[in-house]
Design a binder for this molecule. Structure first.
Ligand SMILES: [Zn+2]
Length: 339
């Protein structure tokens, strides 16, 4: 067997798990920032330096030798809301979850995601709607509301995490690894409707944008359009939406479709069931009552990624991961699955 090869990307990943800069890591390890930068660029550290890195980063040396599957920076929504370091830290944890699944996937379903790359970035394109319909068909989702969006994603091989990293507040995002995509849901939104919409939105990215395009606002609009059709197919919901804003009807539709009032109103406007003016006055009405922050009609706890939780827990005890998986990250990943 060939001796394992040092993987420079692992240094960066390990550092980002901690939320450290190159300078920060250099200081802790008693090395120069230039040395860290060289390791990350590909020069192999001496054994003594590897030991130092492993020690200050609290991870087994084996970590630096596990081959890396990489992908782009990820589908992040608001680049201003979260600091770059926090975003990278969350991304690094999602990356580890991916590595776990590859090492110890056990009976996690194989990946089955329709590949329907958006032909352009037109926010008014019909493509997201058609793509959502195609996914519902291919995944044999019957008519009506989707019973459990997260379970649907997991059943088709997508890892879903809910990260709780100290006080880090990161919106939902996804990483489109070719072999095993990862969707991360935000932990702070203890909101079932929002969590379902977020999961559907990230699925839209994986289906339509994959590794081709990211980081522009048009892909966000397309992912929203995908989620709207995926959760509330026009052919079904159009006839159910009230033609005048009627809150008791909307409350009932919220329960039936397990989506927010805000999403229903937007859907009614997009499908031209209500006029832009009616939409606007409904939004004002909601704002005045504080419903933009906390909507009336609670739907109960958010859906849980139970298959991914199981995978993470069982991988913690798996032989294949013992020599390389950082214990500190176990704690974070396992904590994130307890809810
Ligand atoms: Zn997005």
């Amino acid at each position: 067997m060939a001796s394992p090869t040092f993987q420079p990307n692992r240094v960066r990943l390990a550092r980002e798990l901690r939320g450290w800069t190159q300078g920060h890591l250099a200081g802790k390890a008693g090395l120069s920032a230039a040395a860290i930068s060289q390791f990350e660029a590909g020069s192999t550290p001496t054994e003594a330096n590897l030991d130092k890195l492993g020690e200050v980063l609290d991870l087994p040396i084996g970590f630096f030798f596990v081959p890396v599957t990489d992908t782009h920076e990820g589908f992040f929504r608001s680049l201003r809301r979260t600091s770059v370091a926090d975003r990278r830290r969350a991304r690094a944890h999602a990356h580890l979850a991916h590595d776990l699944a590859e090492a110890a996937a056990g009976d996690f379903p194989s990946v089955d995601i329709p590949d329907l790359p958006a032909p352009d970035l037109d926010p008014k394109s019909e493509w997201p709607t058609k793509a959502a319909q195609a996914v519902r068909r291919q995944w044999a989702i019957g008519p009506g509301p989707i019973p459990d969006v997260i379970a649907s994603l997991e059943d088709h091989g997508i890892l879903v995490l809910r990260l709780v990293l100290d006080s880090i507040d990161v919106d939902a995002f996804s990483l489109p690894f070719d072999d095993r995509p990862v969707v991360v849901l935000s932990s702070d939104k203890n909101d079932r409707a929002r969590s379902r919409f977020d999961a559907a939105h990230e699925l839209g990215h994986l289906v339509m944008h994959g590794s081709q395009v990211w980081g522009v606002k048009e892909v966000e609009q397309q992912a929203h359009a995908f989620a709207a059709e995926f959760l509330m197919p026009a052919a079904e919901i159009k006839s159910e939406l009230p033609h005048k804003v009627d809150w008791s009807d909307l409350f009932a539709l919220k329960v039936r479709w397990q989506v927010s009032l805000a999403a229903l109103l937007m859907r009614a406007k997009t499908l031209e069931v209500i006029s832009p003016n009616e939409y606007l006055s409904a939004v004002k009405y909601s704002s005045a009552r504080g419903w933009r922050r906390l909507e009336p009609v609670q739907l109960g706890p958010p859906e849980q990624p139970s298959r991914t939780q199981q995978l993470v827990s069982s991988a913690a005890a798996h032989r294949a991961t013992r020599d390389w998986f950082p214990q500190g990250a176990w704690r974070d990943l396992l904590a994130s699955t307890e809810s």
